[in-house]
Design a protein around this ligand. Structure first.
Ligand code: SAJ
Length: 457
């Protein structure tokens, strides 16, 4: 079986290599010459655990081009970004992929769309463009098979997760199922293309709404002087409750985007857009905490630790760090950024000592495991203040080194640091009683760890 995969990004490339490693002859197509050059030289355009080994295994059945060629199956995995001004999907790349396939499309071919799209896109946009080939739908087969893999764990998820396959008709669904069966061990559930489009958007919207709820709980809990981490851990002891974790906002190319694809054509969206707004406002909330703590400090400098949108990856797409950094800079703070994985950001990325020396406030924005192990004794800061927006630090260790620790959602009253005085203000974790919270909230429950949760939520 010959398969032509259009789009060699975070989803297309691993999918192409998995198909090749499982016996297909795969032509990978990307319009970016730099991606094609990079792969032709045997390098990967981005890093993902296990991908290098997979590339070695698959290389003999995999080649790269900037143009598609005739094949049995065409698989589209191109970006479908959101236009930030209109909050409407930009289907330019998906349309162009269909146009590139059309001249090569023959009777009996199968076209698969993996890219996330608004409901109805397959029927209204993609299939009509493919039909410009002169071959009608029915004579060629079509299915939407939305990807479900999480960056940083892409390969195990691509092979192990269940999949939704929505075909134009029965034979399209069955044929696409056979393609995925070559490398997917998870269940395959069959439906029609429009339902598959909708299901994918529901999945990511559900996660966005759940995170928004956690973020709203964090703010409500703080108003009540309650530690939200402890509260969520306890609420999640209920067998039918599963609240996610609050944080500095939602990034990535999926959860921060896909809910708008559901909303774009509707006049009924309420919860979906409210959740987006709550999550988008979290950088402002973190900055408000910083602003209150730093008031009175002359020429304050903030060190942002973590600009990737989530832990243990370098991907900065839609990262809340962009908004936080821009807001902070607009308020006159000097900004210095460090991320052990990211390679590019709007601000120069520095090594840890350079990013923190002389700083007045360290702000943890990304839950990189490496940050959990940081030794607070190494920092030559001017003011010993840390805001842990992910609740990942060993707070006892930091307070023992004289740092005032403020955790997003910890319920401590917002207070400010007196310039030159790094004594711990009330409501933060004081060094002499590590891990406890000086506030009117109830004492910590022994069942929970000092950061109010058992492991990760
Ligand atoms: N986040 C929180 N609190 C949480 C969980 C996540 O603030 O409790 C934040 C993360 O820090 C990050 C953002 O949400 O900024 C999104 O991260 P994520 O790990 O939830 O999701 P993605 O965008 O990396 O991948 C998602 C996954 N979808 C679901 O879990 C429903 C993945 O399975 C999809 O394949 C992917 O979107 C996609 O491509 O659609």
């Amino acid at each position: 079986m010959k398969i032509c995969v259009l789009g060699l990004g975070y989803i297309g490339l691993p999918t192409a290599l998995l198909l090749a490693a499982h016996g297909a002859d795969v032509v990978g197509v990307d319009v970016k010459q730099s991606v094609v050059d990079c792969l032709s030289l045997g390098n990967l355009p981005f890093s993902e655990p296990g991908l290098e080994d997979l590339y070695d295994e698959a290389r003999c059945r995999f080649c790269v081009r900037t143009e598609p060629e005739g094949a049995d199956v065409f698989l589209i995995a191109v970006p479908t970004p959101l236009d930030p001004a209109t909050r409407v999907s930009n289907l330019t790349y998906a349309r162009s992929a269909a146009d590139m396939i059309a001249p090569h499309l023959r009777r009996g071919n199968l076209v698969i769309l993996e890219s996330t799209v608004p409901p109805g896109t397959s029927e209204r946009v993609i299939i009509p463009r493919l039909e410009k080939s002169g071959v009608s739908i029915g004579d060629f087969l079509y299915a939407h098979c939305p990807e479900r893999a999480i960056p940083g764990h892409t390969l195990p998820e691509m092979t192990g997760n269940s999949r939704i396959i929505g075909g134009y008709d029965r034979s399209s669904t069955d044929r696409a199922t056979a393609v995925y069966r070559t490398f997917v061990h998870g269940q395959i559930y069959q439906t029609d293309a429009r339902t598959a489009e909708f299901v994918k958007l529901m999945e990511n919207t559900c996660r966005d709404v759940n995170i928004a709820l956690a973020n709203e709980f964090a703010q409500l809990a703080e108003e009540c002087g309650i530690n939200v981490w402890e509260a969520i851990t306890l609420a999640n002891k209920h067998p039918r409750v599963s609240i996610l974790s609050p944080g500095p906002g939602v990034g990535g190319h999926c959860i921060a985007i896909d809910p708008w694809f559901l909303a774009e054509n509707s006049t009924r969206c309420r919860m979906v857009s409210t959740a987006r707004d709550i999550n988008d406002s979290m950088p402002n909330y973190v900055l408000r905490i910083a602003r209150n703590l730093l008031a009175g400090i002359r020429n304050p400098a903030i060190s942002i630790l973590g600009v990737a949108y989530k832990g243990n990856i370098g991907d900065t797409r839609e990262s809340p760090a962009f908004k936080f950094a821009q807001l902070a800079e607009n308020e006159g703070y000097a900004i210095r950024c460090h991320d052990p994985y990211a390679v590019e950001f709007v601000h120069p990325l520095m090594d840890l000592p350079e990013a923190t020396t002389g700083s007045d406030c360290i702000v943890i924005l990304t839950d990189h495991d490496r940050f959990r192990e940081l030794d607070p004794a190494m920092f030559q800061v001017r003011t010993k203040l840390v805001i842990d927006a992910r609740n990942i630090l060993d707070h006892e260790k930091w307070t023992n080194q004289g740092f005032a620790v403020r955790v997003l959602g910890d319920g401590s009253p917002v207070q400010q640091i007196v310039p030159g005085d790094i004594a711990v203000p009330g409501g933060l974790y004081p060094a002499d009683t590590p891990g406890s919270i000086v506030s009117s909230s109830p004492p910590p429950i022994s069942l929970l760890s000092q950061n109010g949760r058992e492991g990760f939520l």
